[in-house]
Design a protein around this ligand. Structure first.
Ligand code: NAP
Length: 254
């Protein structure tokens, strides 16, 4: 039942590492032209070269999605240079866990700016293009995939503002799904458990240590495992919408 993505264009935010990088490779392997977006251009250039070596089409966008103008310009560049936009994977995110009492407000602001506002800026700019793509593409369907988290379904002590942002992503996805269903723009939320990426490296040392302890002895997911779930969503036939996928490491309880 898998439908290849030849002739389609995908934009993946946060593609310089982890889940976004793996997703760019996976969608390119399905035939999509992939626009890879993040702030670390040299990492994107390396990924783009690798995708091109494999025969794929790609485009590098160095941008900070927390800047409204940069997020809008990025979407417009994709449409101008690659001709259309069929798939958006809103993946860029940051997780700064720790007690709320005494937390640096800057950590909370970073999470809200990136996980919530950054995702909204890209989504707002992309929606008209996704609606057109669903009308004129041979497949007659387009996809908006938002990367939420288990933290978008289960609140935990110490996850506070990360929970706030990811619950928001899950709720927004369901609301947009209902609004866009009739126009064949599928909106999905993907909710990973612990994945072995750079995500935890941005936390303060005590919080990172607590997180390491929580998952000690557990085999974490690989970024490819989540890229696989995203690929499954966007390669379904037009009549099939996968609304939500929750993927935990087998041994992760909560
Ligand atoms: N790893 C997990 O256990 C896990 C679990 C559940 C959900 N998630 C979610 O999965 C998503 C991807 O995370 P990951 O695990 O793959 O972590 P990661 O390796 O740290 O990737 C985060 C990506 O976001 C990009 N990014 C950060 N700030 C940005 C900005 N202002 N503008 C544009 N791009 C920005 C980073 O690139 P630059 O620094 O180059 O900009 C990087 O490519 C996040 O939304 C995260 O919340 C991860």
């Amino acid at each position: 039942m898998t439908e290849r993505l030849d002739g389609t264009v995908a934009l993946i935010t946060g593609a310089s590492s982890g889940i976004g990088e793996a997703t760019a490779r996976a969608l390119a392997a399905q035939g999509a032209a992939v626009a890879v977006l993040a702030r670390r251009k040299e990492r994107l250039d390396r990924l783009a070269a690798e995708i091109k070596d494999q025969g794929g089409q790609t485009m590098v966008i160095e941008a900070d999605v927390t800047d409204k103008a940069q997020a809008q310009a990025a979407v417009e560049r994709v449409v101008n240079e690659l001709g259309r936009l069929d798939t958006v994977v809103n993946n860029a995110g940051v997780m700064l866990l720790g007690p709320a009492v005494g937390a640096p407000l800057e950590d909370w602001e970073r999470m809200v700016h990136l996980n919530t506002l950054g995702l909204l800026y890209v989504t707002h700019a992309a929606l008209p293009h996704l609606i057109s793509a669903a009308q004129d593409a041979p497949r007659q369907v387009a996809d908006l995939v938002n990367i939420s988290s288990v933290a978008g379904r289960v609140a935990r002590n110490g996850s506070n503002v990360y929970n706030l942002t990811k619950f928001g992503v899950t709720a927004l996805s369901e609301s947009l799904r209902q609004e866009l269903a009739g126009r064949h723009v599928r909106v999905s939320a993907v909710e990973p458990g612990a994945v072995n990426t750079e995500l935890a490296s941005h936390m303060r040392p005590e919080a990172r240590e607590r997180s390491m302890q929580r998952f000690a002895g557990i085999e974490r997911l690989q970024a490819d495992d989540i890229a696989d779930a995203i690929t499954y969503i966007v390669t379904r036939p037009r009549r099939v919408a996968i609304n939500e996928i929750l993927v935990r490491p087998t041994e992760q309880e909560g």
